[in-house]
Design a binder for this molecule. Structure first.
Ligand SMILES: *Cc1c(COP(=O)(O)O)cnc(C)c1O
Length: 360
């Protein structure tokens, strides 16, 4: 077990100031008093694990990440359970994915035990920051970057691993209203052999221009197609996508290396199988999506990921087409998965697969 040194924040926020922030934290702007850090060097291996005051990380301008973008991250939530106590949702899956992302980016591999312990210790230190509001959680952001000061092009020999904790409310203010998607036929997110399956900042950098175009055209999110044929549906900039058919089956693009293997995606597919639904992980084209939405063969579509959990998709548009999904609102299967997952995450429902990882 990794020993974490504890360096408590000498100036934590007052109880009153914290309460003010937690009443309406929004997403990703309220941060707790502490962070976890672990350093890596080729000589010393992983060392200097600590829980310390959250604050700036100063880096030399020649730090490798600023030039060649060796950076990866994770996103998971700590939930206050209804019965008391705190749990992380499938953190072992995040730890494993962090290692596969590191492998793809030629970075040092953090032992899963250190990943879990860093999350656990940070949450226990800042447990008073979990907002007691509907949809409230502590969003954890483990990340790692090449901290070596060197301009040569090669895998760095030094890394800084860090975990931030952010108090969050529901991702979409006012509840999950159905979103509208812009299908990008110009930009792609990831190509075969590329980094689409790695959770790296670079994937987000390349998605932003397409996302900005979607917003400029009046939509909420961009939907990416495959880079080779520009017809197979992949995912959103930061969420996987699922389709509910009139025959009750659930369809989602397969993990071929160009989409991110979402833990929410995997959890929903398992829940669907547990319910006895037919799950089909198969290629689904934008033409078929249009045709099925119009014929009624497809009745619902939703996006899924840790941050927003389950988000209904109401409208879809591309350069020369536009169509609605079902009635354009939240379908019943979408609502059911959102409810079931939220209930499980807060300990309100049975947990047959042992996904809740209690830490307090
Ligand atoms: C993180 C992420 C997801 C969702 O993954 P979860 O594990 O469900 O949070 C989907 N797509 C992309 C591109 C992501 O970065």
């Amino acid at each position: 077990m990794t020993a974490f040194a504890h360096e408590p924040n000498p100036q934590p926020l007052s109880v009153n100031e914290r309460a003010g922030l937690l009443a309406d934290p929004g997403f990703g702007r309220v941060f707790t008093d502490h962070m976890a850090t672990i350093r890596y060097s080729a000589d010393e291996g992983w060392h200097d694990a600590k829980i310390t005051a959250r604050g700036p990380v100063t880096v030399d301008p020649a730090t490798a990440v600023l030039h060649y973008a060796q950076e990866i991250f994770e996103g998971l939530k700590a939930y206050a359970l209804d019965e008391g106590g705190i749990a992380l949702f499938r953190p072992d899956a995040n730890a494993a994915r962090f290692r596969s992302s590191a492998e793809r980016m030629a970075m040092a591999l953090l032992p899963e035990e250190m990943f879990l312990e860093s999350c656990r210790q940070l949450v226990l230190t800042d447990r008073d920051w979990i907002p007691a509001i509907d949809g409230g959680a502590l969003y954890l952001r483990p990340f790692m970057f090449a901290s070596e000061v060197f301009l040569g092009v090669k895998p760095a020999t030094e890394y800084l691993y860090c975990v931030l904790a952010s108090s969050v409310g529901a991702y979409w203010k006012g509840g999950a209203r159905a979103i509208s998607l812009w299908v990008s036929h110009d930009y792609t997110r990831a190509a075969p052999g590329g980094t689409g399956a790695a959770k790296c900042g670079g994937n987000y950098a390349t998605s932003l221009v397409a996302q900005a175009e979607a917003v400029r055209r009046g939509h909420d999110q961009v939907l990416f197609l495959d880079a080779v044929e520009r017809r197979w549906i992949e995912e959103l900039g930061g969420m996987n996508v699922m389709f509910v058919m009139a025959d009750g089956s659930l369809v989602t693009p397969p993990l071929t290396g160009t989409i991110l293997p979402g833990i929410t995606r995997a959890s929903i597919l398992q829940m669907a199988r547990d319910e006895g639904l037919t799950v089909r992980e198969e290629l689904y084209s934008i033409e078929q999506f249009r045709a099925d939405a119009q014929s009624g063969a497809l009745v619902e579509a939703f996006a899924c990921g840790t941050a927003a959990v389950v988000t209904p998709i109401g409208k879809v548009a591309g350069p020369d087409y536009a169509f609605d999904i079902g009635s354009g609102g939240t379908g019943q299967t979408t609502a059911r998965f959102l409810q079931r997952l939220s209930d499980l995450q807060r300990g309100r429902a049975p947990d047959p697969h042992g996904w809740l990882h209690r830490i307090a």
